[in-house]
Write a protein that binds this ligand. Structure first.
Ligand SMILES: Cc1cc2nc3c(=O)[nH]c(=O)nc-3n(C[C@H](O)[C@H](O)[C@H](O)COP(=O)(O)OP(=O)(O)OC[C@H]3O[C@@H](n4cnc5c(N)ncnc54)[C@H](O)[C@@H]3O)c2cc1C
Length: 455
């Protein structure tokens, strides 16, 4: 048995800690904030406890759903209500796409998302030669070239923005949409996509009734987690490591045989500066985007226009210059939210808006009241809801999502190689192999495997 310190009690750190405990190790998780879960977090809005961070997970890969089931949590899939796109002055159906890259010309043309010239430009994609991609390229640059800038601006930006809160012309195609790169390298994306299967044997997304935030709560239940414990420094010791924890005025030294850093890129870079400076330099290049999620509860009777949309929400391309970048109609997307509660016997409709993208300070600098007012103004214009909400909640996520900028895969390979040279040290979390919950869980499995058996 060896003593392992896991730094960070997000889903990555908690997953790694659980695996290490199951393998018989003595594990302590050190978490700087006052709670576990990181970007998975639930709060009560009008008495209904809902997610104010991540609210769904991909169901097409197994790690998230498997872990939830292992923790005894039920799984619920979103309803069949579909998402829309608020662009060119109307809410429009979202055409079938690969992260915004259109896969169905008929649907695209009927949706009205692009101008007629924009659709014509897409039609010409099959006549283009295959791409010779010797170096990584941004998703936006690749899509601009093959489909025209309108597709990047009106489809790829809002879809990629939903995952990375980033800018399509900066995000790495190889890291974020590898399938697009492989299609484009062989020839026409449209033609290859047309022959790809469209029906899947399972729903694309899954959630947990009561909220995704229950996953870290369940994971933490059997673990030793110290909250309010900020790790400020990591050093090599004669055997193993020494961590400097807590305020500079009263630092505490914690010894460990092995360490897993499950923190976002910026604190991980700082912590690696003496033990793995090459990795620290690579991770310091990974920037992040800040955002805010505003949750609203309306009385159903006050907001008939909301229910009438029969949609799970909408995305907003940045080119349309609105304040919000998306709204998720949680009441329509999740059966459990719809039935979760009410105020004084009146049915409630809960929904959320998100604001803030990479490079914008809006989400962090505006006052809560402004974020609420901007969201309500956009909701009024998009869906005609003018009612006053019975409750609101503003959640800020400073540095919430890492940016997988062009060159990301190389950057991470450099960081991983440098860390692999330090025995009994491993990294996991959203900065590496994907920001979605299943990818983050997989990174935790990989970190534990990388520590070896002892570990
Ligand atoms: C608003 C929002 C919505 C999202 N929606 C979805 C979604 O619907 N589906 C999906 O799959 N993904 C979603 N994501 C992405 C996903 O939630 C995250 O990528 C994932 O939860 C990250 O987990 P993590 O453990 O890597 O990091 P985090 O959750 O960031 O956890 C890291 C932890 O480390 C702690 N920490 C940092 N520095 C230190 C230190 N020096 N010492 C000690 N502790 C430290 C932090 O306090 C934090 O608790 C969303 C993200 C955001 C921000």
């Amino acid at each position: 048995m060896v003593s392992v310190v896991v730094v960070g009690a997000g889903v990555a750190g908690l997953t790694a800690a659980r695996r290490l405990v199951a393998a018989g190790h003595d594990v302590v998780v050190l978490e700087s904030s006052a709670r576990v879960g990181g970007k998975l977090h639930r709060v009560a809005v009008a008495g209904v406890t809902v997610d104010v961070g991540a609210e769904a997970m991909l169901n097409r890969r197994p790690e998230g759903v498997d872990l939830a089931r292992e923790m005894g949590l039920p799984i619920e899939h979103p309803t069949t209500a579909s998402s829309r796109i608020w662009t060119r002055g109307a809410l429009r159906p979202l055409p079938r796409s690969l992260m915004g890259v259109p896969l169905d010309l008929g649907q695209l043309a009927a949706s009205g998302v692009l101008s007629p010239e924009g659709v014509e430009r897409v039609r010409r994609e099959p006549s283009l030669p295959p791409e010779h991609l010797v170096e990584d390229v941004s998703v936006g640059a690749l899509v601009d070239r093959r489909f025209g800038a309108e597709v990047t601006d009106r489809l790829v930006e809002p879809l990629l923005g939903g995952v990375y809160a980033g800018n399509a012309r900066l995000i790495s195609a190889g890291a974020a949409v590898p399938q697009l790169v492989s299609y484009a390298s062989r020839g026409s994306v449209l033609e290859q996509a047309a022959s790809a299967p469209t029906a899947y044997d399972r729903p694309v997304f899954a959630g947990i009734p009561g909220g995704m935030g229950q996953l870290p709560e369940a994971l933490a239940a059997g673990l030793t987690v110290r909250t309010g414990a900020t790790v400020r420094e990591l050093r090599r010791a004669v055997s193993g490591f020494e961590l400097v924890v807590g305020p500079t005025t009263a630092p505490e030294l914690v010894a460990a045989d092995a360490v897993v850093l499950a923190t976002p890129a910026a604190p991980t870079a700082r912590l690696l500066s003496s033990v793995a400076p090459v990795a620290a330099a690579a991770l310091a290049e990974v920037e992040s985007a800040s955002m805010a999620v505003v949750t609203f509860a309306f009385r159903a009777a006050d907001a008939p226009a909301l229910d009438a949309t029969a949609s799970s929400g909408f995305l907003v391309p940045p080119v349309d210059a609105r304040r919000i970048k998306a709204s998720t109609f949680s009441f329509a997307k999740w059966g459990w939210v719809r039935t979760a509660g009410g105020v004084d016997g009146a049915e409630l409709l809960l929904l959320r808006t998100s604001l803030g993208r990479y490079g914008e300070a809006t989400a962090l600098q505006a006052a809560d009241e402004e974020l609420v007012a901007w969201s309500l103004a956009d909701l009024a214009e998009a869906v005609g809801v003018t009612a006053r909400p019975v409750d609101t909640h503003v959640q800020r996520w400073g540095g919430g999502l890492p940016q997988y900028a062009v060159g990301h895969l190389d950057r991470i390979a450099r960081a991983r190689a440098a860390v692999a040279a330090v025995p009994r040290l491993a990294l996991c979390g959203a900065a590496y192999d994907g920001v979605g919950i299943p990818a983050v869980i997989a990174s935790a499995h990989r970190a534990v495997a990388g520590l070896g058996d002892s570990p």
